[in-house]
Design a protein around this ligand. Structure first.
Ligand code: PEP
Ligand code: MG
Length: 586
């Protein structure tokens, strides 16, 4: 048994090892089998039966997946059932059998090929996704033409799943069974369905390995290191030992995080805080909640636009937002309207090249230029607010006129929805990002115009210190604890609290224990961050007393440098609460 190591993309952290389970691939037939005219009816009948059987299976699986891993992962089966309801597809298949006088297998093969050709010629990521759904469904129908024949049962033993590429429904079914310890595939990337699912089920996974299916054979033993993106085939004893201890370390760390996630979000003196999650896909909700998020504090919508070559339709938006709202319910979700433009350019938007993209036509500036684009998104957000847990957040506000225009647009869209008798949240809260220094300086005026504020420290620091947030040559100047930044943040938080408006910080600063303590000291309660950092922040906050933190933070007034601030906080916090940063920077 040959020892080999392969590198891929680690998409779900953790380590697992075991014997492999190779998925069987269903291959459409290459044989054209002609049938006599009287047999045509029988073939069409076989096709109908196979479709009915597939529908029953999909409905059953949908129920199972919903129960075992959550509703948002069961939507895929909804769309698969819809494919089977498609009248065009069914009549194509039947016509093919009738006109060519062939068996149903051949009809499925050829109709599948013809769809692939059409979709591929469109060369669009969205349609490519539809190909995999169509293949997924037609493969099932194909198998069901001869039920029982391909049933090579998984013996239920714990194994590492190896596949070329997992079809979305295959991934949901196989991974929800509970006997898959790890996953390794030839294809796939960070946002593939398998990756998202593996992450939310905590199954270590490495994808994009190119040819793992050709490198392994039944009986092989492999290690999947989802943290570092490596797969080791038939490791010698020394390597096995090394990974056993690496696995133990990771598992212990993870267990500790899990424990913290379930604990109350209160400081030692009972000061309540709210950890929220920053995410980009509705499928990330389950994991975020399991890590202790008490809502989605920032749903970045850029992903919806960057996914495809064409602009998303209102239904595309609505589908995503309503899934998001359902998966998070009853927790709140803050959907941010698109923050695109500048360097995150989209060819379909025809934005001219700009000399200073960070200061250019981005976010709300672009939305107010391309009103129809903006209205499409606003309509979808409003329509998805039927569960009453959505709030909308507008990025890059610079002046009050922009807020007024946004409010007018919301008014218009609402009027239209009312006319169409759509159910939506009439009082959906509207908030703005404070990330442009001019808006920060006007907080007292702006706050009266909206229901809440969210501070985008990533951009606010970049613009206030005039330091490009992604330029490594000046990164030494990018200091969240710079006294000037702290003065500004204190002013924004104080002003929002005085006006009795909710205020959140959703930049990276909220995820750093030291900076987050400073924000808490200013009286901040809502902290939105990448969900993996939530347990760490909870651990820090749960080991301190708010009153003392407030006093320590007050002591930073008058300090001259970021370094002085940092030293002051660390020294004073550690003297009183030695556990606050314990393993805090894991
Ligand atoms: C921010 O600017 O702090 C923020 C949260 O938004 P983004 O990182 O998406 O610009
Ligand atoms: Mg920003």
């Amino acid at each position: 048994m040959e020892y080999k190591r392969l590198r891929g993309v680690g998409v779900s952290p953790g380590i697992s090892y075991g014997e492999i389970l190779l998925t069987e691939e269903v291959v459409f037939t290459e044989r054209k089998e002609n049938i006599p005219a009287p047999a045509v009816r029988r073939e069409i009948d076989r096709l109908h039966k196979a479709i009915e059987r597939t529908k029953e299976q999909l409905t059953f699986i949908r129920g199972q997946v919903k129960e075992k891993i959550g509703e948002e992962h069961s939507f895929i089966f909804e769309s698969h059932l819809m494919i089977l309801e498609d009248k065009g597809l069914l009549s194509k298949l039947k016509d093919f059998i009738r006109n060519e006088r062939v068996k149903a297998e051949w009809a499925l093969t050829r109709v599948h090929e013809s769809y692939i050709k059409i979709f591929q010629s469109i060369s669009d990521e969205y349609f490519r996704q539809r190909i995999s759904d169509l293949t997924d469904v037609l493969t099932k129908v194909y198998k069901n033409l001869k039920p029982g024949k391909t049933k090579k049962k998984d013996d239920g033993k714990e194994k590492i799943l190896i596949a070329h590429d997992l079809l979305p429904s295959e991934a949901a079914v196989k991974l929800s069974r509970g006997n898959i310890l790890g996953v390794a595939t030839d294809m796939g990337g960070q946002t593939s369905h398998t990756a998202i699912l593996a992450r939310s089920l905590n199954i270590p996974a490495v994808v994009g390995l190119r040819n793992i299916t050709r490198e392994v054979q039944t009986g092989d033993f492999i290690i999947v290191d989802g943290t570092d993106g490596e797969v080791i085939i038939n490791p010698p004893t020394a390597i096995r030992k090394e990974f056993t201890s690496k696995k133990k370390k990771y598992d212990d760390y993870y267990k500790e995080l899990r424990k913290i996630a379930k604990l109350r979000s209160r400081t030692l003196d009972n000061y309540e805080f709210f950890p929220l999650a920053n995410i980009e896909l509705p499928e990330e909700v389950t994991k975020a909640l399991s890590l202790g998020a008490e809502g989605i504090g920032l749903f970045r919508t850029e992903f919806i636009y960057l996914q495809n070559d064409t602009l998303p339709t209102e239904e595309d938006h609505f589908d995503i937002y309503s899934r998001l709202a359902k998966a998070s319910h009853p927790h709140p979700v803050y959907i941010r309207t698109v923050d695109i433009g500048g360097e995150k350019s989209l060819p379909q938007l025809k934005i001219e090249k700009e000399p200073n993209p960070a200061l250019g036509l981005r976010a709300i500036r672009l939305s107010l230029r391309d009103r129809n684009l903006f209205k499409t998104q606003v309509r979808a957000i409003l329509r998805a607010s039927f569960l009453r847990n959505i709030r909308v957040l507008v990025p890059m506000i610079t002046e009050i006129e922009e807020v007024e225009e946004v409010k007018l647009i919301f008014k218009e869209v609402k009027k239209d929805l009312r006319k169409k008798k759509e159910d939506f949240d009439e009082d959906m809260p509207l908030g703005i990002m404070i990330e442009v220094p001019a808006a920060a300086a006007m907080t007292d005026i702006l706050v009266k115009e909206v229901d809440f504020l969210s501070i985008g420290t990533n951009d606010l620091i970049q613009y206030y210190l005039a330091v490009d947030r992604s330029n490594e040559f000046v990164s030494y100047l990018y200091k969240p604890l710079h006294p000037s930044i702290l003065r500004l943040l204190k002013y924004i938080i104080d002003t929002a609290r005085k006006a009795k408006r909710e205020i959140t910080v959703c930049g990276e600063m909220a995820a750093d224990p030291l900076s987050a303590l400073v924000l808490m000291g200013f009286g901040l309660k809502s902290f939105s961050m990448n969900p993996i950092f939530i347990p760490r922040i909870k651990r820090t906050f749960r080991s301190v007393e708010y009153k003392t933190v407030r006093n320590i933070v007050q002591g930073t007034v008058g300090l001259r440098t970021a370094q002085e601030v940092e030293e002051h906080i660390i020294e004073n916090i550690l003297v009183k609460y030695p556990k606050a940063f314990l393993k805090g920077h894991v």
